[in-house]
Design a protein around this ligand. Structure first.
Ligand code: FMN
Length: 371
């Protein structure tokens, strides 16, 4: 127990000096402009949150095939690189640090999002249960097409190129999105990966794509500017695995080979437990992974301080609280009240529920004055 370490303590993350240990979790807000290009409104939103120790910008598709939701940003065209520059320049001007989360949705897509209306790509031809939101409303998921072994180098190349574009766009680093039932999680887990080539079967084979993509991205950025996100207990997007303790224990251990900036764990949340998830305790990951660990999922100020003091993690990421409290570190420092997030404005739309949450100065001037 080290009670000197809390959310407001600084932390050296690779080359970056973080003023606090409060990370903004990646948050899809579906507000990119035409052509999946970030624009001024997105820059305003991230600038408002620049006091985070680190911002991890929202999941961003590395290729047109990687998209599965309306109005999510990409990082595969020159216009998108220019759009992201608006964001990174603004965040840097306000003293912040920002990584980009690199994303491919795999089977969590629909022909409506795919070039030439083709089938979404996945490790195996297994459809997710349920429906998804397209530009024309809700539609059932389709059975995806299993990637040929010969197509896998192209997927790795898309991530490598995305990483290169993120570098050109002025980010401070990138996070490989290996969580939440998207492509890399689909490869990791045997519920979605029934391949018989080198990318399926054993846990070593199922983790191969994650590791090869991490290696490619590290080749662009250097390991200390690359993070990986995993959700070992996650059930979102109809994802399952027969033995997540073994699968994610192996993945965490194998990631040690790179000496990354961090491993980011989205822990079990209530919905996963209701769904009957096999919970992978973070201690299981901490015992195997040697580097910086970020934890996330339902944290409050108190829970965050406690996990840091106990040395169970190095940094804590906040999602929903950062949506509704742009100045979250300052609110923690002042013990100020926190705003509730309006869930109806999470996805899509404009300024409402995006850039119009007040700062503590605007909301509680007396609190700030008294300090
Ligand atoms: C609106 C919304 C969008 C999200 N988008 C992403 C995303 O783009 N990438 C990702 O890895 N997780 C995403 N998540 C999950 C969050 O990063 C985070 O793990 C989750 O909100 C739990 O943390 P919290 O309890 O602090 O909110 C999203 C969550 C929400 C509520």
């Amino acid at each position: 127990m080290n009670t000197n370490i809390n959310l407001l303590s600084p932390y050296k993350l690779g080359h970056l000096e973080l003023p606090n240990r409060i990370v903004m979790a990646p948050l899809t807000r579906q507000r990119a402009g035409e052509g999946n290009v970030p624009h001024q409104l997105n820059a305003t939103y991230y600038v408002q949150r620049a006091s985070a120790g680190l911002i991890i910008a929202e999941a961003t598709q590395v290729s047109p095939q990687g998209q599965g939701y309306p109005y999510t940003p990409g990082i595969h065209s020159q216009e998108q690189v220019e759009g992201w520059k608006l964001v990174t320049d603004a965040v840097h001007q306000y003293g912040g640090r920002i990584f980009l989360q690199l994303w491919h949705v795999g089977r969590i897509s629909h022909p409506d999002f795919q070039p030439n209306g083709e089938l979404p790509l996945a490790p195996s031809a297994i459809a997710p249960k349920g429906q998804l939101l397209t530009y024309e409303g809700m539609k059932p998921y389709v059975t995806p097409r299993a990637l040929e072994t010969s197509e896998i180098p192209e997927i790795i190349e898309q991530y490598r190129k995305g990483a290169e574009n993120a570098l050109a766009a002025g980010f401070d680093g990138v996070e490989v999105h290996g969580a939440n039932g998207y492509l890399l999680d689909q490869f990791l887990r045997d519920g979605t990966n029934q391949r018989t080539d080198n990318y399926g079967g054993s846990v070593e084979n199922r983790a191969r794509l994650l590791l090869e993509i991490t290696e490619a991205v590290v080749g662009v950025w250097g390991a200390k500017r690359v993070g990986v996100r995993l959700s070992p207990s996650g059930t979102f997007n109809d994802i399952q695995d027969s033995n997540p303790l073994v699968t994610f224990g192996y993945a965490a251990q194998a990631l040690n080979q790179f000496d990354l900036a961090y491993l980011h764990i989205f822990e079990a949340i209530e919905a996963d437990i209701r769904y009957g998830a096999t919970v992978v305790p973070t201690s299981h990951i901490r015992e195997r992974y040697k580097g910086t660990l970020i934890v996330n999922g339902g944290y409050t100020r108190e829970k965050g301080d406690a996990v840091l003091a106990k040395g169970e993690a190095d940094l804590v990421a906040f999602g929903t609280l950062f949506i509704s409290n742009p100045d979250l570190p300052r609110r923690f420092a002042l013990n100020a009240p926190l705003n509730e997030a309006d869930t109806t404005t999470f996805y899509g739309g404009g300024e409402k529920g995006y850039t119009d949450y007040p700062t503590v100065e605007e909301q509680h001037p007396s609190l700030v004055g008294a300090k």
